[in-house]
Write a protein that binds this ligand. Sequence first.
Ligand code: FES
Length: 150
Amino acid sequence: MDIVELYHIAEQEHVCHKPKRIRCCSAAGCQSSGSEVIKQALVDAIATAGLTQEIEVSSVGCLRFCGHGPLIATDPDDKLFEQVTVADASAIVASLQGEPCAVQPCDPHQPFLQDNCPLCWKIAVGSILNELKRTSQWGGMSRSTMLSTS
Ligand code: FES
């Protein structure tokens, strides 16, 4: 197979896509949280709404926020939903039709900074301190020294 054949395959794939797409994480974390059942619920909700020509559902790899799974992403509106349940399927499909959606969104820019999650804060603060230490902005101070002086 050469590059021309690869471009041809990519073009065929692109043409086959429906205008709207729901991406279901099917990696280990979300799969262990029931993502396959949710995917089927989304397919059923699309069929029930009569939108099979407009919306497709695809299994995709890890969407990077495994601790918030099962995760669902929608295109073209580029939304990300966390801790999705079967009961959320029809609302997510409706959101692609412009309906307001009450399903929990996931903020991809601040996934760890939830006020009610002490573990998330601990991980985030640890990452920031490690990055500061790595870039030498805090000299050779140890993490415990940094924490005790603040
Ligand atoms: S396993 Fe689903 S986001 Fe990583």
